[in-house]
Design a protein around this ligand. Structure first.
Ligand SMILES: NC(=O)c1ccc[n+]([C@@H]2O[C@H](COP(=O)([O-])OP(=O)(O)OC[C@H]3O[C@@H](n4cnc5c(N)ncnc54)[C@H](O)[C@@H]3O)[C@@H](O)[C@H]2O)c1
Length: 369
């Protein structure tokens, strides 16, 4: 952990002088400079005062070199190991394709580096648990990239639910849609629609409302025969039953066309919460018979604040000031729920979930699996 380097500040109210800890920025390395990694790298290189991006790595040499230069002449490499062997680096951000996450988390833990890992840790549950265990044994923090937990709107909703403002929750309704699908190269390595897209909604449902006991999913490939060719879908509807009796409904699309949407409604017996402002700017243009406003086109536009705040939180984890949010176990829960949706869709039936406890934390498993 970076050593504090304190200074004193007088309280305006009492005049009393207090020691304010000042830290050197946390030194971070980042691997994977695609859609997500580029955005995290830009944040870490200048928008997060507590962090300093030291080195980036991507298997594609031109991508690594160009991003290093774009971000002000950072060190770069095509080998992930170079980040891990750099003694200056305290923490790594893993934004490579999903199938590489678990091994990269384990290697980071073995090198004593804290890890922020993009979602999901792995499509394979045992690999997910192995990576969690590796971080725990090494005593490093492991935070996972479900950014909605750090979005100011969703956080405000969570605080109101926890404070009892809407009372007992009856219904959780949420929509997550992309404007257009990423390429089939990405889709093929994504682990499938439920593991790649719906997994965000499962984390949100579990975090905002609570334990889930039933998942029923129906999906379809509608926009392009390519989805069927790679054995995937592009639209889905999922219903949930929560342990306390509440119901949930999720709809997802890779091809909404008009823009990116992530909106949710939580209906309780005393009130309803809605999250879903998708404007870039608060401007409406009104002309005869018509009202127009703009709409975000992708997750980076909608969740810019959340991606920055999740990194700020990770910096506090590295400094030992906060627990990872969400942690590896939260990510494992979302993965079990995504697998249950996949099974429900393929087998045309409701999948029931049990829970077990490991090290005091609640985990899901498919009933009778
Ligand atoms: N939290 C979110 O909202 C969100 C959004 C999109 C993607 N993601 C996650 O982020 C991860 C990356 O997704 P993406 O859309 O940025 O993918 P991408 O395909 O755009 O980028 C992946 C990058 O990793 C690089 N790469 C591949 N193999 C590598 C290796 N062995 N070493 C180093 N670099 C390697 C590729 O060259 C590419 O630049 C995925 O796990 C995805 O699930 C999260």
């Amino acid at each position: 952990m970076t050593a504090p380097n304190g200074h004193q500040q007088a309280s305006p109210a009492t005049g009393e002088r207090k020691e304010i800890p000042m830290y050197e920025p946390v030194r971070v390395g980042l691997v994977g400079l695609g859609r997500m990694g580029r955005f995290h790298a830009t944040n870490l290189a200048g928008r997060i005062p507590g962090a300093r991006l030291v080195r980036v790595s991507d298997a594609a040499e031109d991508v690594a070199r160009e991003n290093a230069s774009r971000l002000g002449g950072l060190g770069w490499s095509t080998r992930y190991e170079d980040l891990l062997e750099d003694p200056e680096i305290e923490a790594v951000v893993v934004a490579s394709p999903t199938h590489l996450h678990a091994e990269m988390v384990e290697a980071a833990a073995a090198s004593g580096k804290h890890v922020f890992c993009e979602k999901p840790i792995s499509h394979d549950l045992e690999r997910t648990y192995d990576a969690i265990e590796a971080a725990r044994e090494a005593g490093v923090g492991l935070q996972v990239g479900f950014q909605r937990r750090h979005d100011p709107d969703y956080r405000a909703a969570k605080e109101r639910i926890s404070a009892g403002h809407i009372g007992e929750v009856y219904l959780f309704r949420t929509t997550l849609s992309d404007m257009r699908s990423p390429g089939f190269d990405y889709i093929e390595g994504s682990g499938g629609f439920f593991a790649d897209v719906t997994v965000h909604d499962f984390d949100a449902a579990h975090w905002l409302v609570g334990e889930i006991t039933e998942v029923t999913a129906a999906g379809a490939a509608l926009s392009d025969p390519g989805f069927e060719e790679v054995g995937d879908i592009d639209n889905a509807v999922i219903t949930l039953r929560f342990a306390d009796g509440a119901l949930g409904v999720i709809d997802n699309s890779r091809v909404a066309g008009y823009g990116y949407e992530c909106s949710s409604e939580i209906v309780g017996h005393r009130g309803t919460l809605r999250v879903g402002d998708h404007r870039r700017v608060s401007l409406e243009t009104l002309t005869p018979g018509r009202a127009c406003r703009d709409h975000v086109s992708d997750f980076v536009e909608r969740f810019a604040d959340a991606y920055r705040e999740e990194m700020e939180h990770f910096v506090r984890v590295v400094r030992g000031e906060a627990e990872p949010e969400p942690n590896g176990t939260d990510a494992a829960a979302a993965t079990v729920l995504a697998r249950a949706a996949e099974r429900s869709h393929r087998e045309g039936r409701t999948v029931r979930l049990d829970r077990e406890r490991r090290d005091g934390e609640v985990l899901y498993e498919e009933a009778g699996a």
